[in-house]
Design a protein around this ligand. Structure first.
Ligand code: IVH
Length: 690
């Protein structure tokens, strides 16, 4: 039965409306309709198409769900080859400078001639595709393949929500081929892996592999379930199109046609412009919501591009300038167990040295036994190591095909590898611990390092090499021993000379004068971080009442719950710990007699705030200082008691939790505005300097 006129018109209107909402949602990131309303429209269209199959056009949004599975991909010959570009891998400015110098030479420019204008873009780490639109409708999508012939992934590309099925505007070119990158956003990747984990399935290694795998699924219905995204960056064949005359204008035009184009692109001039772009993006890289492996420089003017032409299938007018790779393959030579300050046993993979993220990596923490099994890392495995920014290196996955016959499972030891004490694991905890306490030299070393650390007693110059010797040679057993040692004792150690020993003694001397909060923190009580130490200092005002407080009394301190109270009580119940405190006091460690006992005053008095993500200008320490100065506390986790969550870019689960609990969310500007407004609130008149 032919579709009545009304049904055809309705279907067309629905297609247009659904496409508009899809665009707002997936390209503009600005939803225009609640999900339920959207679903209604979608179902109505599906209903019409089921009744009148001839209404099911290739550009219908219902076609994004994927069709029947293919046995294999059909080959597609690219009308214009899909080129690759030359890569400059060095991290220094010279990559950009070499490129600019080459371009100027090729164009016959001299010193003193005007700088060349470039369009600088991000280099997305995904999979290149070419999308072909005829009369405004997406008719085919192909992978790059060997550049001449790719694979037909049309059905799969239709499932990518940010790829327009129909171009915007009412005068579409006869033919428009748009090239760009299919990729996966990091948050989508993490969510997808969480689901895989929950379902007991294999984890994906990184967003790029996940994206490539998803696009090359033979069953488009599978692709449809993978959260893929797209950025346009170039052109293939065009016909009947008044093509823009610069790369920048071209991308702007593609944006108006409905394509997602990354907003970090910039028109810059000369080598200095390129170098500055490379540096800026390098700083931004870790905070981006997706992976990039470099930047791409393109001569902006199309006529200059034509003049420059190609060498051996690579355009002379474009170059990729990479950043140091953040992922590398290496092998796990062993899995050792480290013992931390609180006795926690951490499996650490000993790796064949590998240069990744700008440094040579030989260790990667595996956190705990559960993590080793979750990632299925075995000794002898080839693994992918990732190091991004200043984050500690991690193993993201195992290359299963490369597991040798001789691979061995990791087994958590039953005795502490350092002191031989029994290893215990508390009910419901993931971590194993050494039960040796300060009898265990490993715990002693870590306890000393923590004691001396900047935020604790701040003994400058007492690093791990020194602590190692001091403990191994039994020169220092407790932190109090530090205060008994003279220049000669330190000077006798490896890597120490008279001068450095003198400086160290002076630093130890200086640390005698401290604050109660630092002192409590320095003790290294389990579950007592800097914030709790400050709370305890503020509440008890002196060490003796803290030492004699029972668990009930401890729980009257804001934010101290049963677990923390039990840790504190257990610490002070240990005679050895009390002795160390006495020795420290006898050694002259002291703090202002009447430390602030008053309740905090200020805008955030009694309030607890949580920081998450990267703020645009404030560091975490700076934000914490501002909040504390206003009487607030910064806490590590979001609860119903949290007053505000201050969220920056790449905020994760804490932000989700805040939204769930209805906690007020601020960005940096919001925080600053509140603080600025708070300045006008009169402070406590009895305490004008608060
Ligand atoms: S332009 C003729 N621009 O990097 C120029 N490529 O070899 C063709 N890529 O696999 C490429 N981001 O998929 C260009 N902004 C960008 C890009 C980009 C990522 C990929 C591309 C290709 C490789 C270049």
């Amino acid at each position: 039965m032919a579709a009545p006129q009304g049904a055809a018109e309705r279907a067309q209107a629905l297609r247009a409306e659904i496409s508009r909402h899809n665009y707002a949602y997936y390209v503009l990131d600005a939803p225009t309709l609640p999900d339920v309303e959207f679903d209604k429209l979608f179902q109505e269209l599906q209903g019409l198409e089921a009744e009148y199959p001839e209404l099911r056009t290739p550009d219908s949004p219902t076609q994004r769900v994927g069709g029947v599975a293919n046995a294999q991909f059909a080959p597609v010959r690219h009308k214009l080859p899909m080129l690759s570009i030359r890569t400059e891998t060095d991290t220094e400015a010279s990559g950009a400078e070499n490129f600019d110098a080459r371009i100027r030479r090729e164009l016959g420019l001299r010193e003193g001639d005007a700088p060349v204008a470039y369009l600088a873009e991000l280099k997305f780490d995904g999979l290149a595709v070419s999308l072909r639109y005829e009369a405004g409708v997406l008719v085919s999508a192909a992978t790059r393949g060997d550049g001449e012939t790719g694979e037909d992934v049309t059905q799969n590309a239709r499932t990518v929500r940010s790829i327009p099925l129909r171009l915007h505007g009412n005068k579409p070119p006869a033919v428009l081929e748009v090239r760009g990158e299919v990729y996966m956003r990091r948050a989508d990747f993490d969510r997808m892996n969480d689901r895989q984990l929950a379902a007991g399935l294999k984890l994906y290694i990184n967003p790029r592999n996940a994206a490539a795998g998803a696009l090359r699924q033979l069953d488009a219905a599978v692709t449809a379930k993978r959260p893929l995204s797209f950025f346009a960056y170039g052109l293939g064949e065009t016909e009947g199109w008044d093509a823009p005359q610069s790369q920048g204008d071209m991308l702007d035009t593609l944006e108006t046609l409905g394509f997602p184009v990354d907003k970090h692109r910039e028109r810059v001039e000369g080598a200095t412009g390129l170098v500055a772009f490379h540096r800026r993006v390098g700083e931004l890289r870790d905070a981006l919501p997706f992976d990039i492996d470099g930047v791409v420089y393109k001569v902006d003017a199309i006529d200059l591009q034509k003049q420059l032409g190609f060498v051996s299938r690579e355009p002379r007018w474009a170059v990729a300038h990479k950043y140091p790779a953040q992922e590398q393959l290496t092998t796990v030579q062993n899995i050792e167990v480290q013992v931390g300050r609180t006795g926690k046993l951490t499996p650490v993979a000993k790796l064949a040295p590998v240069f990744v993220g700008g440094v040579t990596v030989t260790n990667a923490t595996l956190h705990n036994e559960y993590e080793v099994h979750r990632k299925d890392v075995q000794i002898g495995d080839t693994v992918i190591v990732r190091r991004a920014g200043d984050v500690i290196p991690e193993i993201v996955g195992v290359v299963a095909e490369r597991r040798p016959e001789s691979a061995r499972q990791f087994v958590m030891p039953t005795e502490c590898p350092v002191c031989g004490s029994a290893v215990v694991r508390e009910e419901g905890e993931a971590d194993h611990r050494c039960s040796g306490g300060l009898y265990c030299p490993a715990q002693r070393k870590q306890a000393l390092l923590h004691f001396a650390s900047r935020r604790a007693m701040d003994v400058e110059g007492l690093g791990d090499k020194l602590v190692e010797q001091l403990v191994d040679q039994a020169i220092v057993r407790t932190p109090a021993d530090l205060y008994r040692l003279g220049v000669a004792a330190f000077a006798a150690l490896d890597r120490m000379a008279e001068k450095s020993a003198t400086n160290l003694v002076a630093a130890i001397e200086k640390s005698r004068e401290t604050t109660l909060a630092r002192f409590i923190f320095a003790l290294g009580i389990r579950n007592v971080g800097e914030t709790t130490a400050k709370d305890l200092a503020r509440h008890f005002g002196a060490i003796d009442p803290l030492m004699s407080a029972d668990e009930a009394a401890l729980q009257t301190v804001p934010d101290v719950g049963p677990v923390v109270a039990a840790s504190i009580a257990a610490f002070f119940a240990e005679p050895h710990n009390r002795e160390v405190i006495e020795q420290l006091r006898a050694a002259g460690v002291h703090w202002p007699e009447h430390e602030v006992v008053r309740e905090p005053i200020g805008l955030f008095a009694g309030k607890s705030l949580v920081l998450t993500g990267t703020l645009p200008s404030l560091s975490r320490d700076e934000a914490t200082a501002l909040i504390e100065a206003a009487g607030g506390k910064v806490s590590g986790s979001v609860s119903k008691k949290t007053s505000y969550v201050v969220a920056g870019s790449e905020a994760g689960s804490k932000l989700d939790k805040a939204q769930q609990l209805g906690v007020t969310i601020l960005d940096e500007a919001g925080l600053k505005a509140l603080l600025a407004a708070g300045k006008n609130v009169p402070s406590n008149p009895e305490n004008p300097d608060s």
